[in-house]
Design a protein around this ligand. Structure first.
Ligand code: HEC
Length: 176
């Protein structure tokens, strides 16, 4: 029993170090999946029924946040989860592609993109990274040993609209 516990402890420490080494953390929620599950019944797939530019009706980011917080689908969300939902709402309002990094494992990262037809490219310094699409909204990038999280940039393109997420700045796009 003691062996099991210490093996678990070692594993936790190793994973902790892998994340702690860069200090970067993935998003606290999967915004796109959460939106599709809790919000799309009223606002349409990928926010299709939300009016383009709706965020301009709100004087500030905190007003936009308040309306989202008041939604039936937002009940019980923590502050940092709500922040990520607000970011996705901004992308919907601007009709821009949205990208989020949501999962860290030892040698790979995974995340989300919306709309589902957006294409993805990823680089670290000059090196191109291979992006695997797990489903329309989910991607995975295997990390070669030399690659550091803070060097990763992920670009999503949908039509003429393009957005680049730099992991050293934030785990999801549209923070402002
Ligand atoms: C049961 C239906 C319903 C669900 C579920 C729902 N909403 Fe809403 N939402 C509404 C209605 C109705 C309004 C307009 C009400 C208002 O302006 O006070 C609205 C307004 C909004 C607005 C402002 C749009 C604008 O044009 O000003 C945003 C953004 C929004 N919802 C996001 C969300 C998000 C994100 C979720 C999921 C967490 C969600 N909603 C879940 C019904 C819903």
């Amino acid at each position: 029993m003691r062996g099991v516990i210490s093996a678990t402890a070692v594993f936790v420490v190793m994973v902790g170090t892998a994340i702690g080494a860069s200090g970067l953390r993935p998003a606290p929620i999967k915004p796109v999946e959460t939106y599709e599950r809790r919000c799309s019944s009223c606002h349409g797939k990928e926010g299709a029924m939300l009016e383009k530019g709706f965020e301009k009706k709100y004087a500030s980011g905190s007003e936009l946040r308040e309306i989202i917080e008041s939604m039936p689908g937002a009940i019980g969300m923590r502050a940092e989860e709500l922040d990520a939902m607000v970011a996705y709402a901004r992308a919907i309002s601007r009709r821009e592609p949205f990208v989020a990094w949501t999962t860290q494992s030892v040698n790979a990262i995974e995340g989300e993109v919306s709309p589902g037809n957006a294409t993805l490219r990823a680089t670290a310094k000059r090196q191109n990274l291979k992006v695997v699409r797990l489903s329309p909204y989910r991607w995975r990038i295997e990390l070669p040993k030399s690659v550091r999280l803070e060097d990763i940039e992920i670009t999503a393109q949908s039509g003429a609209r393009r957005v680049t997420l730099r992991l050293r700045e934030s785990p999801y796009s549209h923070t402002k």
